[in-house]
Design a protein. Structure first.
Length: 346
């Protein structure tokens, strides 16, 4: 709350690239949508990946740690006026950045926008964006609350098609609680699509208790293998790695504290697969019907589906495609190989 609500006023204030790195260029559809987002919302953006999955029309989406609302306003355009996007963030209340005891020296210009909390920035631009998108009524809402306790914010069981999160789960001390709550609010066949920071080893006590490293998304990073065990424990399908890229640290003091530990920002997708959907391996043919991905759908690091091409998939991927919003975009039939090819992000 302190680091993101008070200390950081723009992405340039960060000491590492953990919360601003992207593993691949923005697609044209996303670039075009980003041009419609208010400049203050973009200026207050912190994230480590692109959390805009495919096939979003009419979906209900929940953004965990929505911050200034950048991703919510991007998704607002993707789901359409009859879809819905909810952002939830823990920052609240009016805050003022800088010294309170003395006035700003005349030689120092004021910030480009009044300093305010992330949720306040997101809320105050709702009308601007709905007008920009040509919507008659808002399809976004922003709530103050904790992603470990979504029920406290009134979010019901099985009420969302997709849960996203962009470089925020590392800030939660209880990752299991976050994934449990995401699983609870997802509909059967729903997806959790999220970017976050992962470490190649479990972190030392000195790293985990360092306040700046927490704010920079490193001290709370999960050992990547633990994501697999937590996801299984909660009930999700095995994590599908989408992209991963190394994190660089530009601060010598922080480098010395971290030592030989290495970090990556990685995007994963998890699915809430109903038990009855698992029926062995299969062969799938992508029909090319997803807007922006008509010729090719890069699903994750293991599977790329080209229009009209037969692809053997393992039992888990067959179940994911069969039970999720992607079912109508594929012809799915029994057969194929049951060989799984899990890949770690580190």
């Amino acid at each position: 709350q302190d680091y993101y609500g008070k200390r950081l006023q723009k992405s340039a204030d960060l000491k590492t690239n953990a919360c601003i790195t992207l593993a691949r260029p923005l697609p044209k559809m996303v670039r075009d949508a980003l041009e419609n987002v208010h400049e203050e919302v973009v200026a207050r953006y912190y994230g480590c990946g692109l959390v805009i999955p495919e096939c979003l029309t009419l979906c209900r989406i929940l953004d965990l740690g929505s911050g200034s609302g950048r991703d919510c306003y991007l998704l607002s355009q993707m789901v359409g006026e009859c879809g819905h996007v909810t952002g939830i963030d823990m920052t609240e209340g009016q805050v003022w950045h800088g010294a309170r005891a003395s006035p700003r020296p005349p030689s120092i210009p004021p910030p480009p926008f009044p300093s305010s909390s992330q949720v306040e920035v997101a809320k105050k631009h709702i009308a601007y964006h709905m007008d920009k998108f040509g919507y008659k009524k808002p399809n976004v809402e922003f709530l103050q609350g904790y992603m470990e306790k979504l029920s406290d914010a009134g979010l019901a069981d099985e009420s969302y098609d997709i849960v996203i999160s962009n470089c925020v789960i590392n800030l939660a001390p209880d990752k299991r609680a976050v994934l449990r709550e995401a699983y609870r609010v997802l509909k059967p066949g729903g997806e959790m699509y999220f970017s976050d920071v992962y470490a190649n080893q479990r972190l030392s006590e000195s790293v985990r208790k360092h306040r700046v490293l927490w704010g920079e998304c490193l001290a709370g990073a999960l050992y990547w293998r633990d994501l697999y065990s937590i996801a299984e424990e909660v009930g999700f399908s095995p994590p599908c790695l989408v992209t991963a890229s190394p994190i660089t640290i530009s601060d010598k003091e922080l480098e010395d504290i971290i030592g030989d530990c290495r970090f990556v920002s990685a995007t994963f997708r998890l699915f809430k697969v109903p038990g009855g959907s698992r029926a062995g391996p299969g062969q799938v043919i992508y029909n090319g019907g997803i807007v922006g991905h008509e010729r090719e759908l890069v699903f994750d690091a293991n599977f790329t589906f080209k229009e009209g091409e037969v692809v053997d998939v393992d039992a888990e991927m067959a179940a994911i495609l069969r039970s999720s919003r992607f079912a109508e975009e594929f012809l799915i039939r029994a057969g194929g190989s049951n060989t799984a090819t899990p890949q770690g992000c580190c």
